[in-house]
Design a binder for this molecule. Structure first.
Ligand SMILES: Nc1nc2c(ncn2[C@@H]2O[C@H](COP(=O)(O)OP(=O)(O)OP(=O)(O)O)[C@@H](O)[C@H]2O)c(=O)[nH]1
Length: 322
């Protein structure tokens, strides 16, 4: 570091150890990128090596020189403050051993000057530390808020705003999770409100919206929480009945049909199907995780149910008219 006399050795054992420890730390951190070294312990070790180095240098000096001690202290404070500008603990750990050593070597003769030299950068680093922490806290709060907003937006983008049911995107998301879990047989139900165009035309679009909301709530209530109810199109809904057998799937479809009927939403323009809002339902099993095939089959069953007179349920494999 500082050579007090031209006759003394430049490289002492502690200064070689400082180099070795620094290189070992660099290599270790390079190999173990995820594990952080204990910076306080390392800075204390290096601080003690510096103190040892100063002791060796002073012990070989013919006359004790205060200037050498002050320059050595300033050099250590300089290195400490640029290395640990954001870490006050590491700064103290690296400077304390040399400060104590210098006070001891000087036998307290110039202690105010020595303490002044260490207190000044200490105050600077403390202020910097406080400002840094305030900035960190602000950034953390901002990040938390952004993540919260992102989650809300993500949830909203998966739901249909009118009915609160899943939209197609939300359905895909749930389907991926269900398929990843594997087990069990699943059934797809496609439901369509009968003569809904006539309902809209005669009762108005806003009454149509209300009817859609009531029908959605009834469907949601008629199935289990693990089933996925989706608004598939305008007046079309899709239900994925998970881990269920054919008989129970048909029973569930019938329960939905009956409950929509029991809502008794007046509809006088159904071409004699009923005097209230009804639904037709097509059912198909979900085989080999092929949702497109299941939807095609359910759609064709729904089409046949409509042709047969509506307010009815048809399955792609079996027939159940009501
Ligand atoms: N109020 C309202 N109506 C909608 C909405 N989405 C779609 N519709 C209406 O739903 C009606 C669907 O009519 P169609 O597809 O002809 O079928 P339908 O009259 O129900 O006849 P069938 O299905 O054969 O029984 C159209 O009039 C659409 O305008 C919506 O969000 N709100």
């Amino acid at each position: 570091m500082v050579s007090p006399s031209a006759n003394t050795r430049h490289f002492t054992l502690p200064i070689i150890l400082v180099l070795v420890v620094s290189l070992l730390c660099l290599a270790w951190q390079f190999i173990n990128k995820k594990k952080l070294i204990n910076i306080n312990a390392i800075s204390l070790t290096i601080g003690m090596l510096w103190a040892w180095h100063i002791y060796i240098k002073v012990s070989v000096m013919p006359i004790k020189d205060l200037n050498f001690l002050i320059i050595a202290l300033l050099a250590i404070l300089f290195i400490g403050s640029i290395s640990f500008i954001n870490n006050i603990q590491a700064f103290i750990a690296s400077c304390l051993p040399a400060t104590v050593m210098i006070l001891w070597l000087d036998q307290g003769a110039n202690w105010p000057r020595v303490l002044y030299s260490i207190v000044l950068p200490g105050i600077g680093i403390t202020i910097q530390h406080i400002i840094q922490q305030r900035n960190d806290n602000f950034t953390r709060r901002l990040m938390d808020k952004l993540l919260e907003e992102k989650e809300t937006l993500n949830d909203l983008s998966m739901l249909d705003p009118l009915t609160g049911l899943y939209n197609r995107r939300g359905f895909r998301n749930r389907l991926d999770t269900i398929l990843a879990l594997g087990n069990g047989k699943h059934y797809v139900l496609l439901l369509d409100i009968d003569h809904f165009k006539a309902y809209n035309d005669n009762y108005g679009h806003s009454m149509g919206d209300q009817a859609l909301t009531h029908v959605s709530a009834v469907i949601r209530d008629a199935v289990r929480s693990r089933d996925v109810v989706t608004r598939y199109g305008g007046e079309e809904f899709m239900v994925l009945l998970t881990d269920i057998d054919a008989e129970r799937a048909l029973q569930t479809a019938e329960r939905i049909r009956q409950r929509v009927y029991d809502l008794k939403i007046p509809h006088m323009f159904t071409e004699d199907v009923a005097t209230n809002v009804t639904v037709s339902i097509g059912i198909a099993p979900l085989e080999q995780q092929d949702i497109e095939d299941a939807l095609l089959k359910a759609d064709s069953a729904l089409y046949r149910a409509k042709r047969q007179g509506r307010n009815s349920i048809l399955a792609s494999e079996m027939h159940l008219a009501t």
